[in-house]
Design a protein around this ligand. Structure first.
Ligand code: 5HY
Length: 242
């Protein structure tokens, strides 16, 4: 059995449940998927401040996963918060949904569009496209300006689907990346509205994580992702002493 821990870095439990359903829907029968929200953190992540304050919760869940014998992790937030730090703690692979979705998109088309939530998160999406080497393949990042926790509203869903179709036409792209874990279950409807491959990072990251484990591959313990050097952390972070 492979055990994948999917971490929703925000504390919105309804969203965590929806993310869990999407991950389990694509996972192999021989894979156990546990989906969690940390006990600390922002109810949604829509700014650099939110993202920074989501990281300790992500790292606490990875540290707990190492004690639980987890084989791989998925960070289910499109900013991939704490991805590098999590890789320093984890033995198994750690995948961010933005990274996984962008990789998948470039295997399916020459160029992709991203549809995300608030316009203030567009810069972060471009940062990640550059970081992951997809600055050219990413043809556009489009904000729906719908707050993360409003995505479950039917009107919001319809607006996102419309924007996805417009984005693909406007950018002339061949694939579409859903820029929020809260859009994970929009895939089928967006596919019908766009007729291009639509990638949800939660599903892509879950299957990629499974594949890396099946290949016997783990995060490198040498160099940048080597375990952090032991030291004291103080104040609210004293429990993070490594
Ligand atoms: C996400 N925020 O996937 C990101 C989306 C965003 O709480 N889950 C969040 O807007 O960056």
């Amino acid at each position: 059995m492979t055990h994948i821990k999917v971490i929703n870095p925000n504390t919105a439990l309804a969203m965590t449940d929806a993310i869990g359903r999407c991950a389990r829907a694509v996972a192999s029968p021989s894979t156990t998927v546990t989906t969690v929200s940390p006990s600390m953190g922002p109810e949604s992540i829509e700014s650099h401040y939110d993202e920074a304050l989501a990281v300790p919760g992500v790292l606490a869940e990875v540290a707990a996963g190492e004690r639980e014998g987890v084989d791989a992790y998925v960070i289910a937030c499109f900013g991939d918060p704490g991805l590098d730090a999590a890789r320093e703690l984890a033995t198994g692979p750690v995948l961010g949904i933005a990274e996984a979705a962008m990789h998948a998109a470039t295997m399916l088309g020459r160029g992709f569009s991203v549809v995300t939530t608030l316009s203030r998160t567009v810069g972060r999406a471009w940062d990640l496209a550059h970081r992951y080497g997809f600055a050219t393949a990413c043809r556009g990042v489009h904000a729906s300006d719908i707050p993360v926790l409003d995505l479950e509203r039917p009107s919001a869903r319809a607006a996102v689907i419309r924007l996805c179709a417009e984005a693909v036409e406007r950018d002339g792209s061949d694939a579409l990346v859903l820029g929020c874990a809260g859009m994970a279950d929009f895939c089928a409807e967006v596919s019908r509205a766009t007729s291009v491959p639509v990638i949800d990072g939660v599903s892509a990251a879950t299957r990629f994580a499974e594949s890396l484990v099946a290949l016997g591959l783990r995060t490198s313990a040498r160099g940048e992702y080597a375990p952090p050097r032991p030291k004291r952390y103080s104040g609210l972070l004293r429990d993070f002493t490594y």
